[in-house]
Design a binder for this molecule. Structure first.
Ligand code: ZN
Length: 203
């Protein structure tokens, strides 16, 4: 399985990193080895002094598909989750400056937190889902899927032009504003609405 990640999908986050607003979605992949194992802490890697949390809504693909039109995209997922796209921001900035790929900054072991899954049918509108990240019981990121530049179904249409989507693949849909550095002993908790989706200790 693969993790397909979207960058720069929320205007306020584009502004905080002073990035250009993209004309197409920014797409990158993480390997399955980047998935943080259940109940394990996240260890800050020794090659970075500035690892950021990016909380993101996740979509789990339930059917094989390619060139999926957005009109039919809803048929390709029936679970919604929440996760973190951990990013070694210092390393990413160096790579970006040189025009190099981001993998070392985004795809390292443990860099993908995947919380629990909720049935899509729990939601009256997938384009109006509130989610938050708390760091040490303080809300540091909050978003709503209606603020996405490309909505879930548009993302499925877009990424499936390039990659065949397979059962179990997961799409990270981008982070809202409020990304920030994590420190040893931080506790990160993600919520969709009032429901706790994950709780991670940083070491
Ligand atoms: Zn991200």
């Amino acid at each position: 399985m693969k993790l397909i990640c979207i960058g720069r999908n929320y205007t306020e986050h584009i502004k905080e990193l002073e990035n250009e607003r993209p004309t197409d979605p920014v797409v990158f992949l993480k390997p399955d080895t980047s998935i943080l194992l259940k109940k394990q802490p996240f260890f800050i890697p020794d090659f970075s002094d500035d690892v950021h949390h990016e909380v993101e809504i996740l979509i789990k693909i339930n059917k094989v598909g390619k060139y999926i039109s957005k009109k039919f995209a809803y048929k390709y997922y029936d679970e919604i989750g929440l996760g973190i796209d951990f990013t070694a921001r210092d390393l990413q900035s160096q790579l970006k400056a040189k025009g190099l790929p981001w993998e070392k900054a985004k795809a390292f072991d443990g860099a993908a937190v995947i919380g629990k899954w909720l049935p899509k049918n729990n939601f009256t509108d997938v384009n109006n889902i509130n989610f938050t990240l708390q760091k040490n019981d303080e809300v540091v990121q909050s978003g709503n899927t209606q603020l996405m530049l490309w909505k879930i179904d548009e993302l499925i249409e877009y990424v499936s032009k390039y990659f065949t989507l397979k059962i179990g693949d997961i799409i990270f849909t981008g982070t809202p504003a409020g990304v920030g550095k994590v420190f040893a002993n931080d506790q990160l908790k993600g919520y969709i609405g009032d429901e706790e989706m994950f709780s991670i200790k940083v070491k």
